[in-house]
Design a protein around this ligand. Sequence first.
Ligand code: NAD
Length: 489
Amino acid sequence: MATERSALFIFFGGTGDLAYRKLYPSMFNLYRKGTLQEKFAVIGTARDKLTDEKFREKVRKSIGSDSKEAEKFISHFYYEAHDVTDQAHYSVLKARAEELDKKYKLSGNQIFYLSMAPNFFGTVAGYLRTEGIVNDNGFSRLVIEKPFGRDFESAKELNESLAKSFKEEEIFRIDHYLGKEMIQNIEALRFGNTIIESLWNNRYIDNIQVTLSESLGVEERASYYDKSGALRDMVQNHIMQIVSLLAMEQPVAFTDSDIRAEKVKALRSLRVYNVAEAATNFVRGQYGAGNKVKPYREEDNVPADSTTETFVAGKLMFDNYRWSGTPFYIRTGKVLADKFTRVDVVFKKPLVDIFAFPGSTNTAPLDTNILTLYIEPKAGFALKINAKNNEQGFQTEPVTMKYLVDPEDSKKTPEPYERLIHDALKGDGTNFSSWQEVSYAWKFVDQIRHVWDLQAPNFPNYTPGSMGPAAADELIERDHRSWVYKLNK
Ligand code: NAD
């Protein structure tokens, strides 16, 4: 049984898609595992008018169980109709919070989860403090969903407004990629293995490739997505987080402050491109028609002349001793060939191929060693190495050593949101984005955006079911390299 944690949760946007689909089921998992037992209570708030009973009914449906255990869990849920812009109404929330704190013996511990449009984040954080809902007895933590701003300036403004009410260590900025099992495994693999970490630098690694490929289109998120685009929606947060975990130096210890310090240091040495560099090192795409998918511009809530990118590929360079000269290639997009996230670490070839002497029968050149981290949907890793094949004569060929998490075991792997809520309860910020990380990521991404905004793109430029526009291949081929994951054409 896990250690019991106590807190009052207030979910703002408590009737939203994310709350019902991810947050409440994750809370239920924490309840089943014992992290939540008797000493917790939940207030769901939103503008909808619901009774506690009606709300519990919806929560019951969302967790998909009406077992005895589920009923006990749901009995801790309460509902308060509350418009977050209505300052006077926070007193009602305060009274409810105090009553539940006493009833469940919560020692003043509070988690405020903002699962709603980001333009409300500052307002809610401010009123929580000014209207006295935040108390000084236990901990008070603010969990906020993405996006954190739409550029550096807006992110800074948002951060300043949050900072008036909450300290940095009380703010938990969700990046659900950081809750994924294999993302957390990057640190275990790197810092738990001499054979990996000793080679993890520009002397032995030729390049690193990060691919976040989505097979779906924008679905019902079109109106949001069209104002965001792939660069803001995927690169600024998820990809930059993955890249900083891959690039960072070894932290002093596996603690949130040590890890954050190293991630920030890595991001500080990421080269921020000038106009010419940004134009050469990043490409964008938008999908047209094909494979029974309608073009992006014909999606509901997307303007017919939208220039929003649904695909990004780019090359990142770190100007530091470890990575100087070793590029990190990234790509992400919608309606691509498949849904997966992976990292391919491409090692340099042996300096001399002793098997290729004049007259050698070994006709195949040595292949590069590649360490692939499968992030999702399958989780695990593979290492491609050269070996002798088991036939007559001497012929080398690449073989792959593979470890994949057993699908049965991965069912036991906690969902990212379960892990992240658990971390917030413990006060562990390792798997959340710090303000400094967010700000460096925006400064990098803003430069790309700035250059793209100078010129209208020639969209659409890729077909659904492909791996993006031809320019994404050209980007890497120009450097005499190629994407490890390719479509078998
Ligand atoms: P949603 O539109 O389904 O829910 C929004 C919630 O906010 C609803 O409960 C609504 O009643 C409430 N709300 C709106 N205006 C309000 C007001 N003035 N006062 C009080 N309540 C108000 O949104 P969602 O999909 O659940 O997303 C919530 C947040 O999570 C957003 O920041 C989104 O970017 C982020 N997010 C969502 C997902 C997802 O899968 N849905 C994934 C990642 C991040």
